[in-house]
Design a binder for this molecule. Structure first.
Ligand SMILES: Nc1ncnc2c1ncn2[C@@H]1O[C@H](COP(=O)(O)OP(=O)(O)O)[C@@H](O)[C@H]1O
Ligand SMILES: Cc1ncc(COP(=O)(O)OP(=O)(O)O)c(N)n1
Length: 272
């Protein structure tokens, strides 16, 4: 389905928070990395006590150990692509930016995670400034949903024209590309990719599914894998949109709230 460039040794990294229920955060990222045939690594920034009903507590990891995790990974297994998800505090953000700046960072995908579907704030209010100042300018592509794009740009988003206006403003912050995800608007699920001469829509029918926990994490991780496999940005986003659409189509009930999307593990009898 997604590609045939099978090389399970392609190293990719997620810098994000842990979701104890396994549907979003680090856990969704690693499942996506494996499903899309890459070697996933992780730097954990925060632990959330979370299930399908919501987020109940968050404990941030110390910035010293976050720094150390990044250093030891980059000095041993240089990731071909990486993502940043939940980063929660101004200090953590600054630490990540400073530490990454010591290395050659390729294909950085930033999912500016702010609020979970259940309404819990995963980014402290005072952290937004550092996210904009230090991390977003380092990104190859950022993947905000419409609420996150509104929060960063101040532009109210109700339709595609608003998404375009917000995308232009987001590009002024320094990333090479912006993918504004339209998952929270009415009608079809339309995402807008903009940057470097590209302005393209990625569309799918809106699927009537309850279980959409972790859609944003899954999409951004899929993009990481496709960039790592050598696809250009349009192919990477297109393949990843196909992946998330199938993952939502096959999402399932587990727990009592909003369940997870499904990652397509296939038993591979041979290969490398
Ligand atoms: N009900 C749905 N049907 C089809 N695609 C969806 C649906 N909800 C979200 N998507 C897609 O899932 C991806 C993640 O989007 P979104 O849910 O908006 O992100 P986030 O989890 O960050 O809020 C996007 O490609 C979006 O278009
Ligand atoms: C630890 C952690 N990180 C990110 C999220 C948000 O994930 P997302 O993919 O946007 O999915 P929803 O939570 O909005 O369903 C999270 N919940 N936890």
């Amino acid at each position: 389905m997604i590609n045939n460039k099978t090389n399970y040794r392609v190293p990719v990294l997620t810098i994000a928070g842990s979701d104890s229920s396994g549907g979003a955060g680090i856990q969704a990222d690693l499942k996506t990395f494996s499903a899309l045939k890459t070697f996933g690594m992780s730097v954990i920034t925060a632990i959330t006590a979370q299930n399908t009903r919501g987020v109940f507590a968050v404990e941030e990891i110390s910035k010293e150990i976050i720094k150390k995790q990044i250093e030891v990974i980059f000095e041993d297994i240089h990731p071909k692509a990486l993502k940043i998800g939940m980063v929660s505090s101004p200090d953590i953000i600054k630490q990540i930016a400073d530490t990454l700046s010591k290395y050659e960072v390729n294909n950085l995908v930033i999912d500016p995670v702010m609020i979970s579907k259940s309404g819990y704030s995963l980014l402290r209010t005072e952290a937004k400034e550092n996210l904009i100042k230090y991390l977003i300018p380092m990104a190859y592509i950022i993947t905000p949903n419409t609420m996150e794009a509104e929060e960063i740009t101040g532009i109210h988003i109700e339709n595609l024209e608003d998404m375009k206006e917000a995308a232009k403003k987001l590009l002024e912050l320094g990333p090479k590309y912006v993918l504004v995800k339209g998952g929270h608007l009415d009608g079809d699920a339309v995402d807008l990719l903009m940057g470097d001469g590209v302005c393209e829509l990625f569309e799918s029918k809106r699927l009537d599914r309850k279980n959409t926990h972790g859609t944003g994490c899954t999409l951004s991780s899929a993009i990481v894998t496709q960039l790592a496999h050598g696809y250009d940005v349009k192919e990477a986003v297109g393949n990843s949109k196909n992946y998330i659409t199938k993952a939502i189509e096959n999402s399932f009930d587990i727990g009592h709230g909003i369940g997870p999307v499904h990652h397509f593990y296939e038993f591979d009898k041979g290969g490398n």
